[in-house]
Design a protein around this ligand. Structure first.
Ligand SMILES: NC(=O)c1ccc[n+]([C@@H]2O[C@H](COP(=O)([O-])OP(=O)(O)OC[C@H]3O[C@@H](n4cnc5c(N)ncnc54)[C@H](O)[C@@H]3O)[C@@H](O)[C@H]2O)c1
Length: 252
């Protein structure tokens, strides 16, 4: 068990909630962020009900001032932030369609959340980690960052690829200060099955046929990988993108 502090963004439901629960079960005091205050409270209640320690930290990751003051508030309440999990993002299921049908607003929205939102949180929390000589920055990314997919996710995949590339360089800048920086690229998660037709649909079955372990991902799968990256044995891993996708040949 640890007594470290973790901030998980977009943790009001699904993947982020699973990460918050896993961290709290390992003893982390967790700051639960989401845009939606009701969702942060639900996750805090869930964690508390399981005997863990969590506080609600609602803010918009795309607003640098809101991020800076929230990070200061969390550190005053819980102590220095040791772990940042950048999970908030526009999920793949929320597709924008073909690039040529998109607007510049669509571009800014996707890059604003999936890329700049993560950079805002890192910019606020990383100096303290580096100063104290220990930290973990973990980005929740997607297989769509590495593989071209004909499903209308070019803006999503491009913004996830952008943040992965940025973090690879950042890992080089902070490696000597005890901070590791990695991305977890997820395949399709069970909360997103509807985006391929839902349970029993031929499209979902085709996708499952290309996943050797035969199932979609669960939030606890991601929580387990986050815990390993946070562990001391995980300290030799930095600058990497690790794919969590059941061995999928679908690129997602
Ligand atoms: N679900 C999948 O199949 C899948 C696959 C690959 C990657 N991912 C990635 O995993 C992460 C989580 O996915 P999910 O399916 O749980 O998403 P989700 O949409 O269910 O949950 C994301 C949460 O982030 C919050 N959020 C959105 N914008 C925010 C902002 N600006 N500031 C703070 N919070 C904000 C939302 O309110 C929501 O509660 C995302 O980064 C997504 O790209 C998901």
């Amino acid at each position: 068990m640890t007594s470290r502090v973790a901030l998980v963004t977009g943790a009001g439901r699904n993947v982020g909630q699973g990460i918050a629960v896993a961290l709290a079960a390992a003893g982390y005091r967790v700051a639960v962020n989401d845009l939606d205050d009701q969702r942060t409270k639900q996750t805090v209640e869930l964690v508390s009900g399981l005997g863990g320690s969590a506080v609600s930290a609602p803010f918009d990751v795309t607003d640098p001032d809101a991020v800076a003051s929230a990070v200061a508030r969390v550190q005053a309440d819980l102590g220095p932030i040791d772990v940042v999990v950048n999970n908030a993002g526009i999920a793949e299921g929320n597709r924008t369609g073909p690039f040529l049908d998109s607007t510049t607003d669509d571009w800014h929205t996707q890059i604003g959340i999936n890329m700049i939102g993560s950079m805002n949180v890192i910019h606020a929390a990383l100096p303290g980690m580096a100063e104290r000589g220990w930290g973990r920055v973990i980005q929740i990314s997607s297989g769509a960052a590495s593989v071209g997919l004909p499903i209308g996710v070019s803006l999503y995949g491009g913004s996830k690829a952008g943040i992965e590339g940025f973090l690879r360089h950042l890992s080089q800048e902070v490696g000597r200060s005890g901070v590791t920086v990695n991305s977890l690229a997820l395949g399709l998660m069970d909360n997103n099955a509807e985006s391929v037709g839902g349970t029993g649909s031929p499209a979902l079955q085709t996708l499952l046929d290309g996943i050797p372990v035969g199932r979609l991902g669960k939030p606890s799968d991601v929580g387990g990988a986050v815990l390993w990256l946070c562990s001391e044995p995980g300290s030799w891993v930095t600058g990497q993108t690790i794919h969590l996708n059941g061995g999928s040949v679908n690129g997602r």
